[in-house]
Design a protein around this ligand. Structure first.
Ligand code: A3P
Length: 323
């Protein structure tokens, strides 16, 4: 299988990018298979990702951005590493569970140490690897070697709001949230389309090596998601560990823990791109961490538009998760 790319140089894409200053303003392409929007630079590694050597004891954490990736990475790493909080406080999460395509999406990352794909290849087993790529662009050995894959979904409106703030953290944007949401429904932000990303994993959710849960499941009952993850990974979680991990994974603790969130990496990227400090401007990687926050931020008309668009995107599927 090979990956091909069409330049995404349409008037609407140009309009979208004209409102973005920083590393998220670069040349984008639409990839085949998957129709995924990626920076043109991603083509440098697209085939290497497809051909990446998978190990049976890997754990792959796959999400569309903003669906609870970081929260899940920290949880999964701790469950699998005997709740080693000392190491978790010493080594940044992005080193413990590297993001395979990261160096080839944002330019400043290319200058920072080994390429993320090499960092993944060199990790000691068991490896914990994060990716936002859609199913069709992931290593083909995932489907033959069958390591554990954990997929996390989130309702689309909160995802859009969170992604808007994310764009405005890693770059600066000069568009309203409703405008961003409109571009989202036109599949122009990076990693879109959203619903096929979700549906491809929804359709394999019952495979024995796949665990599918939602951000909303985590918010409703984190302890039961931690138990499910422990059972799925063959590391049942002793109940006496629960109070400490629940506290460690609280949004307040994660926000104040520089080794469990990407604020410092975002600051590095902004500095390299000549942008002012995000923290000083009150922009944070871990924000409110709520379900339904989008209701207060998107206009009623845009919420309705997203609902109708979602119905269209989900037509013919049996998806019954959050939307
Ligand atoms: P919001 O922007 O809605 O607050 P990802 O890690 O996939 O990029 O997801 C980021 C989202 O998860 C952000 O959502 C962030 O605040 C939220 N998040 C991160 N850690 C969290 C935690 N411990 N509890 C609840 N939400 C958390």
């Amino acid at each position: 299988m090979s990956v091909s790319a069409e330049p995404l140089d349409t008037p609407r894409m140009r309009e979208f990018l004209s409102k973005v200053t920083g590393p998220y303003n670069q040349d984008f392409v639409r990839l085949s298979p998957s129709s995924c929007v990626m920076p043109a630079r991603y083509m440098d590694i697209a085939q290497r990702v497809i051909d990446f050597e998978v190990r049976p004891d890997d754990v792959w954490i796959v999400t569309y951005p903003k669906c609870g990736t970081t929260w899940s990475q920290e949880m999964i790493w701790l469950v699998m590493n005997n709740f080693d909080y000392d190491t978790a406080y010493k080594i940044p999460l992005h080193e413990r569970t590297p993001f395979i395509e990261f160096s080839s999406i944002l330019k400043p990352m290319a200058d920072l140490g080994p390429h993320s794909i090499e960092a993944c290849a060199k990790l000691k087993s068991p490896r914990f690897i994060k990716s936002h790529l859609p199913l069709q662009l992931l290593p083909k050995q995932l489907w033959t070697v069958k390591p554990k894959i954990i997929y996390v979904v989130r309702n689309v409106k909160d995802t859009i709001v969170s992604y808007y703030h994310h764009y405005n953290l890693w770059s600066d944007v000069s568009m309203s949230l409703d405008e961003f949401a409109q571009f989202f429904t036109e599949d122009l932000p990076m990693y879109n389309p959203f619903w096929t990303h979700v549906l491809d994993f929804w359709n394999i959710r019952n495979e024995p090596n796949v665990l599918f849960y939602s951000y909303e499941d985590m918010k409703a009952d984190l302890a039961s998601v931690i138990r499910r993850v422990g059972e799925f990974l063959g590391k049942p979680v002793p109940e006496e560990q629960m109070p400490k991990i629940l506290d460690h994974l609280s949004v307040e603790k994660m926000r104040s823990n520089p080794h469990a969130n990407l604020q410092e990496v975002a600051e590095y990227v902004r500095k390299q791109s000549g942008l002012p400090s995000a923290t000083a401007a009150g922009k944070h990687f871990i924000r409110s961490g709520k379900v339904g926050g989008a209701l207060n931020e998107l206009s009623a008309a845009m919420r309705q538009k997203i609902d109708s668009w979602t119905v269209e995107c989900l037509r013919g599927s049996d998806y019954s998760g959050p939307r």
